[in-house]
Design a binder for this molecule. Structure first.
Ligand code: GAL
Length: 671
């Protein structure tokens, strides 16, 4: 736990308020009132820190850090590469990204610098070095915040300038050694795409190469490496003069960047969470997506993470931006903690007077100071976290189940032309994760490189691409007693999108032989009966044959593949593997996983049936301490029955057999 306590506070941008000296003193006073103990400084402050090339102005920041220190407020200090000052883009246009269609960006916006540009790297390095020398050993500075949402830029994280093209070719040379190897790996005889010189290789673009899926995959890998390399360069630089750990704030299911690669240079994972609460009356889909994101972040290092940003009220970047209803701010904050966050931090402390984000929710509004509902909500969270103190220190969720969520698979399956063109990998992951969430079974979302040995159950929905060695790891996991679940359109291709020939790489483990895949329209939707109930099979229906010893748990009921297996189970070594041949709905997944959890011996920490909208997670310490978070995402009271005798970890109250939860309430129990 950083700084020995749960962090509460968030992005603070006093560089926008330097002409309003009274504002800073008011901020400090109100931070104390709201229980803020940590702020992130300097995230977009390059122009204030270096108003002209090579002239640094740090006194204002020094004053702020010192003053915050006097008030026992800790600082997460950012490197300001997230937004470039105009003097930089004007003098060195190469720092601005080139888009896929070859146009160079104009100045402005943020998150849009070229990660390869030597000028960009030199300029930010010089500034980072100076910042670290001045502030890197201050008592109240606790963490480096590298850049901001690396790769963000409204969805396109890559730069296609000549410097990047050249770096891409070099990256490919290192990976493949010879052009022959590359042509073979990418299947380049197709449409005469064979390269005869490295200089012929170009990044994918709208009126260039968009059909070579292997090229696109490698381009995405390269871009991830380039951004990670940039981030690692910044980390090395600040660590020359400081021993502080470093983080970089990640985003909600961000496709542009494989966080499993980026994580390697980071000491702590953090992320920015902006769920779409109150988009519909049923908050469960938003709660499930948020929980899944938390699980991705925690699983990256199997350690507590930081909630680096969240909004204390509404956001400002969707068509309609509802305010958080009473209770939701506390619940969403506790949800993060429940899944392993050691902080509740906001974007941002005070709304700017102008600029693009002036109406985005913040702790302080333009008017009314602390006399707002938002301020009171924030203060309540501050109090609760302060009362928890360090009780959650060294505790983390230790799930016995995992779901494979892999960026490379995400890229590959959504780019491929196959039975469907509309795969939404994240939706597949979420539909399986939801069955876990509803049952209160916490799962790590890990990629294919993960060590599976600590899990009892691993599910791998729509696992189209297999990384080298993955099939062997799964085989060993099942042989050793693990339960593995996978679906149709899995194990189709290798790392360069070449189809496996001969047989499915896990044919022995799964006990099935896949033959065809149907993508029926609604008119041709199929059905199957599982455990006495009939479910729809739609969108994707694999036609497979069961091997002799494989149990067929359900078969298709219609069309030319009536009688073919829809759900199978195969014993392999000490474990077993399930194959779900058809895409079905949540109702089926609930029933199916209900059975699988039982076979895996997995129960939720309350060992109780959970009403709709309620979930539980548990943080445990190596010393045996256990905390169970019970969360009600319904806007009405609910009761959880059959919980035995439980003690409230905060109030000390004892609940005998039943726990009543108010609307949007989170109760923390001793384990
Ligand atoms: C984040 C970003 C912040 C702010 C916030 C508003 O993605 O890091 O700087 O823009 O969104 O929601």
């Amino acid at each position: 736990m950083l700084g020995g306590r749960m962090l509460h506070g968030g992005d603070y941008n006093p560089d926008q308020w330097l002409e309003y000296p009274k504002v800073f003193e008011e901020d400090v006073r109100l931070m104390k009132e709201a229980g803020v103990n940590c702020v992130s400084l300097g995230i977009f402050a390059w122009a204030s820190l270096e108003p002209e090339e090579g002239r640094y102005e740090f006194d204002w920041l020094d004053h702020i850090i010192t003053r915050l220190g006097e008030e026992d407020i800790q600082v997460i200090l950012a490197t300001p590469s997230g937004a470039m000052p105009h003097w930089l883009t004007q003098k060195y246009p190469e720092v601005m990204q080139v888009q896929a269609d070859g146009r160079r960006n104009l100045p402005g916006k943020r998150h849009n610098f070229c990660y390869t540009s030597p000028v960009m790297r030199q300029k930010i390095q010089a500034l980072d070095r100076a910042l670290a020398q001045r502030f890197g050993r201050r008592d109240n500075v606790i963490l480096w915040h590298i850049s901001n949402e690396l790769g963000g830029n409204f969805g396109d994280s890559t730069c296609h300038c000549e410097l990047c093209q050249e770096a891409f070719r070099e990256w490919l040379k290192k990976k493949y050694g010879t052009l022959e190897n590359l042509n073979r790996a990418w299947w380049n005889h197709f449409w005469s795409h064979t390269y005869t010189d490295w200089s012929q290789i170009h990044s994918p673009g709208p009126y260039g190469e968009i059909t070579s899926t292997a090229l696109i995959l490698d381009w995405r890998r390269f871009s991830t490496d380039q951004i990670s390399d940039f981030c690692e360069m910044e980390i090395r630089t600040v660590k020359e003069a400081s021993d502080l750990p470093a983080t970089a704030n990640f985003m909600d299911f961000f496709k542009g960047l494989d966080y499993n690669r980026l994580k390697k240079g980071l000491d702590i994972i953090s992320w920015d969470s902006y769920p779409f609460w109150h988009e519909q009356k049923d908050e469960v889909p938003a709660a499930v997506r948020t929980a899944a994101n938390h699980s991705v972040m925690r699983a990256l290092k199997k350690a507590p993470f930081l909630l680096m940003e969240s909004t204390p009220s509404g956001i400002s970047w969707r068509q309609a931006n509802p305010l958080k209803r009473p209770g939701m701010h506390m619940l969403a904050s506790m949800q993060a903690v429940a899944h392993g966050s050691d902080s509740v931090l906001y974007f941002q402390w005070r709304k700017g007077r102008g600029g693009y984000e002036k109406f985005h929710g913040a702790v302080l509004d333009h008017k009314n100071g602390s006399n707002t509902r938002t301020f009171r909500d924030v203060t309540e969270v501050g109090r609760r976290l302060a009362a928890l103190g360090d009780r959650l220190d060294q505790t983390v969720n230790r799930p016995k189940a995992a779901i494979i969520f892999d960026w490379e698979n995400w890229w590959a399956v959504e780019d491929t032309q196959g039975p469907r063109l509309d795969f939404d990998y994240v939706e597949w992951i979420l539909s399986h994760y939801r069955a876990f969430w509803e049952a209160g079974i916490e799962a790590d979302l890990v990629n294919m490189d993960a060590d599976l040995s600590g899990y009892k159950l691993v599910a791998a929905p729509l696992n189209y691409l297999y990384k080298d060695g993955y099939a062997d790891r799964v085989r060993a996991f099942v042989a050793d007693g693990g339960i593995y679940v996978t679906t149709c359109f899995s194990g189709e291709v290798n790392e360069t999108d070449l189809c496996y020939i001969g047989q499915h790489p896990l044919e022995d483990v799964l006990g099935i032989v896949p033959e065809e895949i149907d993508a029926p329209s609604d008119d041709f939707a199929n059905s199957f009966t599982y455990d006495g109930k009939t479910y729809r099979a739609f969108d994707l229906c694999g036609i497979v044959h069961a091997k002799a010893d494989t149990e067929v748990l359900s078969v298709y009921e219609k069309d030319f593949y009536a009688g073919c297996p829809a759900v199978t189970r195969n014993s392999f070594g000490k474990g077993e593997a399930y194959y779900l041949a058809a895409e079905s709905d949540l109702e089926f997944l609930r029933a199916f996983y209900g059975d699988v959890f039982q076979r895996a011996g997995l129960e939720n920490p309350l060992c109780a049936e959970l009403p709709y909208g309620v979930t539980v997670t548990e943080r445990t310490g190596m010393d045996g301490r256990k905390f169970v978070f019970v969360m009600n995402f319904r806007n009405e009271p609910v009761c959880v029955e059959g919980i035995g005798s439980r003690t409230d970890a905060e109030s000390g109250a004892v609940y005998e057999n039943r726990l009543e939860l108010r609307a949007f309430q989170c109760v923390l129990l001793e384990g």
